[in-house]
Design a protein around this ligand. Structure first.
Ligand code: IPE
Ligand code: IPE
Ligand code: MG
Length: 237
C-alpha cells in the first residue's frame, strides 16, 4: 500500500494494556507484556513505510501513582525489552532515543537506556523515541530552567526574548521534528500530558483498538486518515 504523504514523526499514546488483560481475565502485567509485542510490530511497519521518527509513550510522570507492583512490572518489561530486542533493533537501523526525566529512573534502567542509545547512535533509518518518566509540562519547565542557567553561565541577559528555535534545543525530544500525527489507542480522546509543545500542529487520530491488539492494519488506517487531512498551519491553504 502506498501513501501520498507520510508523516515525518508519529507519536503514539499506547493505551489499553490494562483493559486488554482484564477483558481476558489476565493480570494487568500480561497486558503490558503483550503491549511490548505491539511495539515490535509498530516499528516494523514504520520501517516499511519509511516513517523517520516514532515517539512511544511508555511511562508518564503521572504513572507513579499506580501500585508499586505494576510499576515494577512495567520497568522489568522495559529491561527485558531492551535485552531481547536491542541487537535486532540495531541491525534494522533503528536509533533509540529517550525522552523524559532521568532523575527518578533506577540506575539499572538508565544503564540499559544509555547502552541502547550509544550502540544505535549512528543508525539512520528510524528514530524510536521511548518516552519514559515523561511529562509534557515537566519537560517544558526543565527545558526553560536549563535554557536560563545556560544564559546565566554565558552572561546572556536573562530578560532577552526566548525564540521557539532556541527553546526547542532544550526539549527532551531534540533533535526530532514536530509531531505530524498523534495516535491514541483504547478509545480515550485526551492528551494525558504527552508532547505538549511538539503537538502544536499535529493531526489527532483516535482508535478503539487496545494497544496489545495494535497492528499493521491499524497503522495503515491512521496513515490513510493523515493523508486525507489538509494541513494549513494557520494559513489559508
Ligand atoms: C497503557 O495502558 C500503558 C501504560 C500507561 C504504562 P494502561 O495500563 O493505561 O491500560 P488501561 O488504560 O488501564 O486499559
Ligand atoms: C497515558 O496513559 C500514559 C501512557 C500511555 C504511558 P494513561 O492510561 O496513564 O492516561 P490516563 O490516566 O488515562 O489519562
Ligand atoms: Mg490507560
Amino acid at each position: 500500500m502506498k501513501f501520498k504523504t507520510i508523516p515525518a514523526h508519529i507519536a503514539v499514546i499506547m493505551d489499553g494494556n490494562g483493559r486488554w488483560a482484564e477483558a481476558k481475565g489476565k493480570k494487568r502485567s500480561e497486558g503490558h507484556r503483550e503491549g511490548a509485542k505491539a511495539i515490535d510490530r509498530l516499528l516494523d511497519v514504520a520501517l516499511h513505510f519509511e516513517i523517520k521518527n516514532v515517539s512511544l509513550y511508555a511511562f508518564s510522570t503521572e504513572n507513579w501513582k499506580r501500585p508499586l507492583s505494576e510499576i515494577q512490572a512495567i520497568f522489568n518489561l522495559l529491561i527485558e525489552f531492551i535485552d531481547t530486542r536491542l541487537d535486532d533493533i540495531h541491525e534494522k537501523g533503528i536509533r533509540i532515543h529517550h525522552s523524559g526525566n532521568r532523575s527518578k529512573l533506577s540506575n539499572k534502567v538508565l544503564q540499559k537506556i544509555d547502552r541502547a542509545m550509544e550502540l544505535t547512535k549512528k543508525n539512520k533509518r528510524l528514530v524510536a523515541n521511548f518516552c519514559l518518566n515523561y511529562g509534557g509540562q515537566e519537560e517544558i519547565l526543565q527545558s526553560f530552567s536549563k535554557l536560563m542557567s545556560d544564559r546565566k553561565e554565558k552572561k546572556i541577559p536573562l530578560d532577552k526574548a526566548v525564540s521557539p528555535k532556541e527553546f526547542q534545543k532544550y526539549l527532551y525530544t531534540h533533535p526530532l521534528p514536530p509531531v505530524d500525527l498523534l495516535i491514541r489507542t483504547a478509545g480515550e480522546q485526551r492528551v494525558s500530558n504527552f508532547l505538549l509543545w511538539q503537538i502544536a500542529y499535529a493531526e489527532f487520530f483516535f482508535t478503539n483498538t487496545l494497544w496489545p491488539d495494535y497492528g499493521e492494519r491499524d497503522l495503515e488506517e491512521a496513515l490513510h486518515f493523515f493523508e486525507s487531512r489538509k494541513r494549513k498551519f494557520g494559513g489559508l491553504s
